[in-house]
Ligand binder design. Structure first.
Ligand code: 5GP
Length: 190
């Protein structure tokens, strides 16, 4: 590999970006998932050091102070999420391409930090109403939190044009097809 490459998948919560990132990881062995650190509690089947590095507030703040993050943010009320420098080095160290499932501001920050090396993809819902419906069906967050996420989503949609590619996820099969060709082009174009 000639350079250290990065792929960012961003978009409002519930658009299907996690599904698409998992699809990419299944299809391309050259790509590895960037495990973020978070101060929120694990949900459902989530495992430490697989889905996230789960840290308490103190641990998270200590790493911020030690400048161990390339980016971090308070994504939802009181909870922090961030990408550790050590995570990028771990993945680049084994000659793989990093893929992020990250919020919109974090995604834009990564693209600004590594403009030439990053492919950024914005995953968009067909409409805000469909997004709300999907979050309700997913059933992993409360109704209050759904409304918080919808409000955030409305603001995030304004940033779509800052990304290299936009996938409107109406039909997941179609979105996977689009994703495949975007990623293939990027990987082959080294
Ligand atoms: P969740 O709590 O649903 O796992 O994630 C909430 C939001 O945080 C999602 O939009 C997710 O993409 C985002 N996120 C996850 N990791 C990071 C990170 O390292 N940095 C930033 N900025 N956002 C993240």
């Amino acid at each position: 590999m000639k350079s250290n490459k990065l792929i960012v998948f961003s978009g409002p919560s519930g658009t299907g970006k996690t599904t698409l990132v998992k699809y990419v990881l299944n299809k391309f062995s050259k790509i590895q998932f960037s495990i973020s650190a978070t101060s929120r509690q694990p949900r459902g089947q989530e495992k430490d050091s697989e889905d996230y590095y789960f840290l308490n507030n103190e641990e998270f703040k200590k790493k911020v102070k030690n400048q161990e993050f390339i980016e971090y943010e308070e994504v939802y009320g009181g909870f922090f999420y961030g990408t550790l420098k050590s995570e990028l080095n771990r993945i680049w160290g084994i000659n793989k391409i990093v893929i992020f499932d990250i919020d919109v501001v974090g995604g834009i920050n990564i693209k600004e930090m590594f403009p030439k090396e990053t492919l950024s993809v914005f995953v968009m819902p067909p409409s805000v109403e469909i997004l709300r419906q999907r979050l309700i069906e997913r059933g992993d967050v409360s109704r209050d939190e759904i409304e918080t996420r919808i409000e955030k989503a409305k603001k995030e949609l304004d940033f779509a044009s800052k990304f290299d590619n936009i996938i409107i996820n109406t039909d997941i099969k179609e979105s996977k097809k689009n994703t495949f060709s975007i990623i293939k082009d990027f990987i082959e174009n080294e």
